[in-house]
Design a protein around this ligand. Structure first.
Ligand SMILES: Nc1ncnc2c1ncn2[C@@H]1O[C@H](COP(=O)(O)OP(=O)(O)OP(=O)(O)O)[C@@H](O)[C@H]1O
Ligand SMILES: [Mg+2]
Length: 161
């Protein structure tokens, strides 16, 4: 991705206070540039997931300014910029098979059936689960459930499959 001088992610004095009164983040400043690999490390409950949810446009900061590729996080998520978010826990529909869970986001985006099949097969091969397409989530290990979940979430950012 070539983005010139535009930061991939920029947080300026970002705070997040939940309705419960919990201050999850306070006055955070961070710039992530093209080519950098960043990890958030900290004790449980220190606000890592909160920061990711805001960067992904799934939660609003209470204060401060947050940009992704020079846009609002919501814009960056929906404009096919390749921004993707993998949740901490697998989020699968328990009544849908592995196959049906993987094609769900493609169905929701109105992708033609033939392309849905090609994409689902490709990503299931990629994560080593092509032999488990008929299994229900409860029949998988935790790691396998995450591997089913990752392509689904990544497909929210259009170019990530
Ligand atoms: N939706 C919510 N409503 C109220 N409080 C919340 C909500 N989500 C998170 N919190 C609180 O905000 C704080 C930060 O939570 P967060 O999930 O960002 O932590 P984390 O660093 O990702 O933790 P972990 O390493 O355990 O995943 C915690 O005190 C948590 O209880
Ligand atoms: Mg977390």
């Amino acid at each position: 991705m070539s983005v010139g001088e535009t930061a991939l992610v920029r947080l300026e004095n970002v705070s997040k206070v939940y309705q419960t009164g919990t201050v999850a983040l306070q006055d955070i400043n961070l710039t992530i540039r093209d080519g950098e690999l960043i990890s958030f490390v900290g004790p449980s409950g220190c606000g890592k997931s909160t920061a990711f949810r805001m960067i992904a446009g799934l939660a609003e900061p209470s204060d401060g300014r947050l940009e992704v590729l020079g846009m609002s996080p919501e814009e960056a998520r929906t404009k096919g910029t390749g921004v993707a978010f993998v949740f901490q826990d697998a989020t699968l529909l328990p009544w849908r098979s592995v196959w049906d869970n993987v094609v769900l986001p493609l169905e929701l985006r109105g992708i033609p059936k033939k392309r849905q099949r090609e994409e689902a097969l490709r990503v299931l091969n990629l994560v080593g689960l092509a032999d488990h397409v008929k299994a229900l989530p409860r029949q998988l290990s935790g790691g396998m459930r995450m591997r089913v979940s990752i392509p689904g979430h990544s497909s929210q950012g259009r170019n990530c499959y």
